[in-house]
Design a protein around this ligand. Structure first.
Ligand SMILES: Cc1ncc(COP(=O)(O)O)c(C=O)c1O
Length: 416
């Protein structure tokens, strides 16, 4: 079949689609050890809370009401107002309901934002999205309507005790010129668990403001919800920032509810895009979100249930990895947030795509690091073929079994 250029680009298998396929396939196979996807954990206290919330909403008729009506293209008003009030009260941000648009998951918000700020412009120029630090979230990689939408930079690597390392933005290398339409970072970062420091955020903000382009901050794991962030840092927003949030990592990925907090002008543009692409965003996520805010549980559950759960799992996975893989060439990115550990096997004789295939044959799913080095044009840089991402949200025994298999395969690979 002859497809258009759009069909050709979006109809082929992308990294993110392969990942979602593997995740889905793995979910059908009860023996698979799923250390790959970004599915949040099934936290018992959260499941119980959601069950009760659903029952209450069903009993009052609110659920049926939400299911049987479209919201406006900006998204459910009551949720937007309650969230604006909450953020204003919590952080003193100067926002109102005119600064928030909802989307069907934050993934689709990124598609809209990237194509809003980059690609072919009316004056004939071609703009790009700057990712100041690769590796970055795999879900951005194919989200440009035009090819080569992203420019990115290698990080500075700080070596830390206990075979850890941490990426930093290499501001010396970073160049912003008129070809850049927006800067984008995830904080905490998927895949690495890195959290950009407050100082890095301030410098990126200054750079964006200086060049009069927006700073897009992907806060899918950040503050104030779901609060999967283990460093003492401040959340960041001002009128030049586009802060993207989601209900997914709160434990509700099936509701596909993304939240974009931006200037009034960008909010209007995102609302208009929503109208064309989806008429209106889904209503169930915002219905639940609104109830959770009304019950004063959004920040409380994040801080008291979600964060401690992930922090504990993170520590178990970290210790078990350190113990299972004694090789000095193995390091872990300092876990500062998100639901992944980023493992680096320096001088690994095979690529991590090959390692992924070998692990998949043994029923363990991870994500090879190559996919995350979006926009890096230095093919000679071995680091990008030496890392992998594993999530640590699985059942602990299954995860340990998975780590044992990773340890064996890595040992085999090093020994050739
Ligand atoms: C960093 C990051 N941003 C955005 C998303 C998209 O999430 P959703 O579309 O479920 O809101 C994810 C999902 O894993 C993510 O890890």
């Amino acid at each position: 079949m002859d497809y258009s250029s759009f069909g050709d680009k979006f109809g082929r298998l992308s990294g993110i689609t392969q990942l979602m396929d593997d995740l889905n396939e793995g979910l059908q196979n009860p023996d698979a050890i799923m250390l790959g996807g970004g599915n949040p954990a099934q936290i018992p206290a959260m499941i119980e809370y959601f069950d009760q919330l659903n029952q209450r909403l069903a009993a009052t008729g609110a659920l049926t009401q939400a299911m049987t009506n479209y919201d406006g293209p900006q998204g459910k008003d009551v949720f937007i107002s309650a969230l604006a009030t909450l953020l204003k009260r919590t952080y003193g941000w100067d926002i109102s309901e005119k600064n928030i648009t909802l989307t069907n998951g934050s993934q689709s918000a990124f598609f809209n934002l990237f194509n809003l700020f980059a690609g072919k412009c009316p004056n004939g120029t071609n703009k790009k999205i700057l990712l100041p630090l690769a590796p970055e979230y795999i879900g951005y990689a194919d989200a440009g309507l035009s090819d080569d939408m992203f420019v990115s930079y290698k990080p500075e690597i700080e070596f830390i005790d206990n075979r850890q390392f941490k990426y930093h933005v290499d501001f010396e290398q970073l160049t912003v010129d008129e070809s850049i339409g927006a800067i984008c970072v995830s904080r905490p970062t998927n895949p690495t668990g890195n959290v950009l420091t407050d100082e890095e955020m301030q410098r990126l903000d200054a750079l964006a403001q200086h060049h009069q382009i927006p700073l897009i901050v992907d806060n899918a794991y950040g503050l104030p919800f779901p609060d999967i962030i283990f460093e003492d840092v401040r959340p960041f927003w001002n009128a030049n920032t586009v802060l993207c949030m989601s209900l997914s990592k709160l434990g509700l990925p099936g509701l596909r509810c993304g939240i974009v907090i931006a200037s009034e002008a960008i909010t209007k543009a995102m609302t208009n895009i929503n109208g064309v692409l989806s008429l209106s965003p889904g209503s169930i996520g915002p219905l639940l979100g609104h109830e959770i805010i009304k019950e004063n549980q959004l920040l409380a559950l994040s801080a008291n249930v979600i964060k401690p759960f992930y922090q504990e799992r993170n520590a178990i996975a970290f210790d078990y990895l350190q113990q299972s893989i004694p090789d000095k060439r193995f390091r872990i990115h300092k876990p500062e947030g998100a639901i992944f550990l980023w493992l680096w096997f320096e001088d690994l004789p095979i690529t991590t795509v090959e390692l992924y295939q070998r692990l998949k044959k043994r029923g363990v799913l991870i994500v090879p690091g190559e996919y995350f080095f979006i926009g890096i044009d230095d093919q000679q840089w071995p680091h990008q073929r030496e890392c992998l991402r594993m999530n640590y949200v699985q059942d602990i025994e299954a995860m340990k079994k998975g780590i044992d298999i990773i340890a064996e395969e890595v040992k085999n690979a090093y020994e050739g």
